[in-house]
Design a protein around this ligand. Sequence first.
Ligand code: CO
Length: 299
Amino acid sequence: MATVLGMEQAPATTPSAATVTRPRSVERLVQGRATSDGAGVKLTRVLTQDLQRRLDPFLMLDAFGSDSRDDYIGGFPDHPHRGFETITYMLEGRMRHRDSAGNEGLLVPGGVQWMTAGRGVIHSEMPEQEDGRMEGFQLWLNLPARDKLCAPWYRDIGSAEIPEWHGDGVIARVIAGQTHGVRALVQREATQPLYLDLHLAAGARFEQPLPAAHNAFVYVYRGDLQLGGQAVRPPCMAILANEAGSDGIVLQAGAAGARAILVAGRPLREPIAQHGPFVMNSSAEIFQAVEDFRAGRLA
Ligand code: CO
């Protein structure tokens, strides 16, 4: 039985249909920037403000991964958000989430926390472990202007609840959107996000149809893969070109297999105004968010 980087691979349940005939090429590789956030949590900021237009509707991607408690133990104490959604995907470790809307949950390995900040929440994300590995991603997904002040929403999705598609040497964990007929628990009409965690055995190939206008990137975090004729080694984000007439993405793992997240979505093409944890459409709305936070109106 083939293994995917130590994971026993389940038998294929659906043949992988060869549906992509004009795959996208890689436009640019991005390494990300080492930084810290919260109370001293070390992380790599892969997608940040300079790429928000290019990767609209995605506003931020942080990758974190460390075996050293000092790198994560401070966690992310109480802080506000307004105007977008945060999607946290854990590979290893446990984090406790609490927010001002009264939600509380434990993020566990393989699980997802999806939070819609909408008009505002104050929340904390704190490690619930004293040592061991902490690894995962936090992605920020924008809300369309009409929904930025919607009611906050929150959902914890346990690892066992995340739908998977199993192909030939491929496991695709479906966090948002759909692949090969397998639909995620969360869908968004305005931005049509696709978020897959791909586990590829050595040499395995994965194809994902995608409209050419949707912005897309692949972040490789284990092994290595070929994408648009280019080798991509971790840790690295490949931004896919939006070539007219392209019909999707094809990736193929190297000899050691690969693990990567594939993220894509329909751009909103609306103005983006960000000030720290607030992302609105204008500076007037940012001033309002700061004022509402100071006056205690976000809790
Ligand atoms: Co937060």
